[in-house]
Design a protein. Sequence first.
Length: 448
Amino acid sequence: MSPHAIVRRRVRRPVAAGIPLAVAVALVAAGTAAAAPAKAEAAHVTRTATLGDIPLGAFSNALLPGTVTNDRGVDLGGIGSDIYPAGRKGEYWTVTDRGPNGQIKVSGTKRRTFPVPGFDPAIVKIRVSGNTVKVLDALPITTSSGKAVTGLSNQQGRDEAPYSYDAQTALSYNPNGLDTEGIVRAGDGSFWLVDEYGPSLVHVSARGKVLTRYVPKGLHLTGTDYPVVESLPTVLLHRKINRGFEGLAQLPGGDLVMALQSPLSLPDGDAGDASLNTRLLRFSTKKKAVTAEYAYRFDPVNVVDPSEDDTSELKISSVVALGGDRLLVEERTDKAARLQVVKLDRRSNILGGRYDDDTTSPSLEQLDDPAASGVPVLAKKLVVDLGTVSGVPQKIEGVARVDHDTLALANDNDFGMTDGAGAFDAQGRLVDSGIETTVVYLKLPHGI
């Protein structure tokens, strides 16, 4: 069975007058927008499209038979982890993250749950057609021998311990596991992905097989069923848990830019949580090496999200190449986001300097004014505050440039999951959050 054939099997959510609820919601939203058109000089949503219900077990087993024995009522989601133009109008490559996961407190300690541990992260090709997101194709991400990489934690003592859906049973670690996020497609048809565990940069074949995983020097990740190369700066070993690489862009010449989702935990977690300074890295696909590193400074959290006062909620979730060395960078919390333009400058390269030494004090992450300490922070210019635009979903993680003045935005719906013991009913079936995977088109009055 092909994965896109499953799209026609929408079975779980109720219908009204023969119209699926998700489509009805999109139609209502479209009608509301028509009744109150956006101001000509303001950024505004011109289209909203929603992914229909696709049972996760059927989707996964169509790609790799037998990988999911019980999907616990979860539908395909998480494909908004990133979005990249596929060439044809309205078509995009997307990538799931590690799969359904949540947190449940047990005896006062949070445990990371994997309700569908057999789920394999996938590259999913979609088409935005009217108010519907259609799955055209999907590629399972596999090891050298063709097995599922899974999304399970890699290393005991470094990554969160994986547990069953109810947080009562410990699961096995898997060094092959990937928490995939950003995606770009190379000219030869292969893909590049970034991962939060390592953090790592992953080169994947046109059919989804991991060719090489590039990780920080000193990670000592063993037992993988694919090649691992320690070539990234050692300082990245201090990434915050679940906050490794999330954004990925491909520059015109083929170089890649990776964004750390959050500041490093240097010298400790408290410093990282309080910091506004994160890092972008440039990777040469020809040299297979990092060639530059840049300091990026967030705006204060209450500027990005007026409802938030916790600096640790700041994240970079998407970076998009705009031509030359210009990038569009998304700063966000789970509730709001702002898009900034930056230009990579050779004079701003800090690779191999004192701030790549984890004994440097104060660390880059501890600097309240990096420029005053001689650190060339990338200059940025605000393009749009998504929190002020009606119709933009929360938790936007994927951004793609459609044309000079239009962006496609995709949200991560977390597979409909929420945290806490109430995420599943007494039969172990998901209590769906009701948040759908949505792609919206955003019109910018002045372009970028």
